[in-house]
Design a protein around this ligand. Structure first.
Ligand code: ADP
Ligand code: MG
Length: 365
C-alpha cells in the first residue's frame, strides 16, 4: 500500500514537473521579481493543453493581497497539432503555424489568448483581465472570491432555487448579448464556447479560454460560430430555457445593424421572441424548430463572396425580400456597405494590439 502511495507521489511530482520545468520556473521567478505575482499556489485546473494555477500578488505595497490566475501552456503536447486549423488562414499568425516547433506553438497559443483577452476585456465583456505574458506563461485576473475559490464553470454552477427558470433565461439572453458584442465589437468568434468555458457568479457569466478564438476573416469562423451556437443552445435547452432557433441566433449575432450592448441586445432578443409566429409555440412547432436546426447545422456557409455559388440570384432574392433563407445574408449586407478595396493588403491593423509585452523573452529563449 505504502509503495503504491509513493508511486502515486512520484507520478504527481512527475506531472507537475513536466509543466513546471526549468524554463517555466525561470519565467515565474522573473514574474515574482517584477511583482506580477508574489507566490504561486496549487493547480486550479490541470488540462490537456494547459494548467491553471492560483497565485497571489501585492499590486500595492501596503495594500491587501489579490488573487491571480496563472495559465501555463504545456509544451510538447500532441493535441496542439489538432489546433492548427484554428490558426491556419488567420492573418495575425501567418508566420506562426510551424508544426515542427512545439515550443513556438505554445508561445503562439499563449500570445493568442493574451491578445484575445485584451480585446474582449477592452470591449467590456466579462472575462479575466490579462496582466502579463511571457512565452508560454500568462498571468491574468483571478475570477473568484477573496478567499481564493475560483468561480464555478457554468456547468457546475448551483443556481439559487428561487426563480431558477427566470434566471436561466436571463443568463441565456446575457450570453447571446455577449456573443453578439464579441462578434461585432471584438471581431472575434470564441470557437470553443460551452458551459465548460463560461464561469458563473452572482447572476453573471464570464467568458474564459479564448486561445483558439478566431477573427472574422478566418476561413472557418462562421462554422465555428455555428458550433458555439449549437453547444450553448443545447446546454440552455437542457436547463429548460425556451431557446431561439440556431438560425435566429446566428442572424442576431451577425446582423451588422442594431445594438451591441445591454440593454439594447436584450431588447432585440425580446423582439425576436415576440415576432416568432404564435404557432411556433405548440409541440409541432417545436419539432419544426428541431428540423430547422438540423437543416441549418448542415447548411453550407460561404465565408466570402467568392465562395457564393450564384451571387446575382441571391442578391435578387434579398432585393425581393426573400433573403431570409440565406444563411449568409448579413455577409451580403456587410459587403454592400463596405465595397472591397482592391488595394487592401491582407494584414489588418493590429498595431495597438501588438505592443511589446512578449518581446523581452530573448534571454530565456
Ligand atoms: P483549458 O485550456 O485547460 O480548458 P481554461 O482557460 O478553460 O483552460 O481554464 C481551465 C479551468 O481553470 C477553467 O475551467 C476554470 O475553472 C479555471 N480558470 C481559468 N482561468 C481562470 C481565472 N482567470 N480565474 C479563475 N479560474 C480560472
Ligand atoms: Mg477550457
Amino acid at each position: 500500500k505504502e509503495g503504491q502511495v509513493r508511486e502515486k507521489d512520484k507520478a504527481d511530482r512527475a506531472t507537475s514537473e513536466q509543466v513546471l520545468d526549468q524554463r517555466t520556473r525561470m519565467i515565474l521567478l522573473q514574474m515574482i521579481n517584477r511583482g506580477f505575482v508574489s507566490e504561486v499556489h496549487g493547480a486550479i485546473s490541470t488540462g490537456k493543453e494547459a494548467n491553471v494555477y492560483g497565485a497571489v500578488a501585492f499590486p500595492d505595497i501596503n495594500g491587501p493581497p489579490v488573487h491571480r490566475a496563472v495559465k501555463v501552456y504545456k509544451t510538447a503536447i500532441l493535441s496542439f497539432k489538432d489546433r492548427e486549423r484554428y490558426i491556419t488562414g488567420e492573418h495575425r499568425f501567418k508566420s506562426g503555424a510551424d508544426k515542427g516547433n512545439s515550443r513556438k506553438m505554445v508561445k503562439l497559443w499563449a500570445e493568442k489568448e493574451f491578445r484575445n483577452l485584451r480585446r474582449i476585456h477592452a470591449a467590456g465583456i466579462p472575462c479575466p483581465e490579462p496582466i502579463q505574458l511571457k512565452l508560454h506563461v500568462l498571468v491574468m485576473e483571478f475570477l473568484g472570491d477573496r478567499r481564493g475559490w475560483a468561480y464555478p464553470r457554468l456547468r457546475d454552477a448551483s443556481i439559487p432555487s428561487d426563480d431558477v427558470e427566470q434566471l436561466w433565461t436571463t443568463l441565456y439572453v446575457q450570453l447571446l448579448g455577449m456573443m453578439r458584442r464579441m462578434y461585432q465589437v471584438c471581431k472575434l468568434v470564441h470557437a470553443d464556447l460551452s458551459e465548460y468555458n463560461i464561469l458563473y457568479n452572482d447572476k453573471r457569466l464570464y467568458i474564459i479560454d479564448v486561445s483558439q478564438s478566431v477573427e472574422h476573416d478566418h476561413p472557418r469562423s462562421l462554422e465555428f460560430l455555428r458550433m458555439d451556437i449549437k453547444n450553448t443552445g443545447d446546454f440552455f435547452r437542457k436547463q429548460g430555457v425556451d431557446t431561439l432557433s440556431d438560425r435566429t441566433v446566428f442572424d442576431f449575432i451577425t446582423a451588422p445593424e442594431g445594438p451591441v450592448e445591454e440593454p439594447g441586445t436584450a431588447e432585440t432578443i425580446k423582439l425576436l421572441y415576440t415576432s416568432r409566429s404564435s404557432d411556433e409555440n405548440d409541440d409541432k412547432a417545436l419539432a419544426q424548430i428541431e428540423v430547422d436546426n438540423e437543416v441549418f447545422r448542415n447548411q453550407y456557409i460561404p465565408q466570402t463572396l467568392d465562395q457564393v455559388y450564384d451571387i446575382e440570384k441571391d442578391a435578387q432574392k434579398i432585393g425581393d425580400g426573400e433573403g431570409d433563407q440565406l444563411v449568409y445574408r448579413n455577409l451580403l449586407a456587410d459587403q454592400a456597405v463596405l465595397p472591397k478595396d482592391p488595394n487592401a493588403e491582407g494584414d489588418e491593423a493590429e498595431g495597438a494590439d501588438s505592443s511589446g509585452d512578449s518581446g523581452d523573452g530573448a534571454a530565456l529563449d
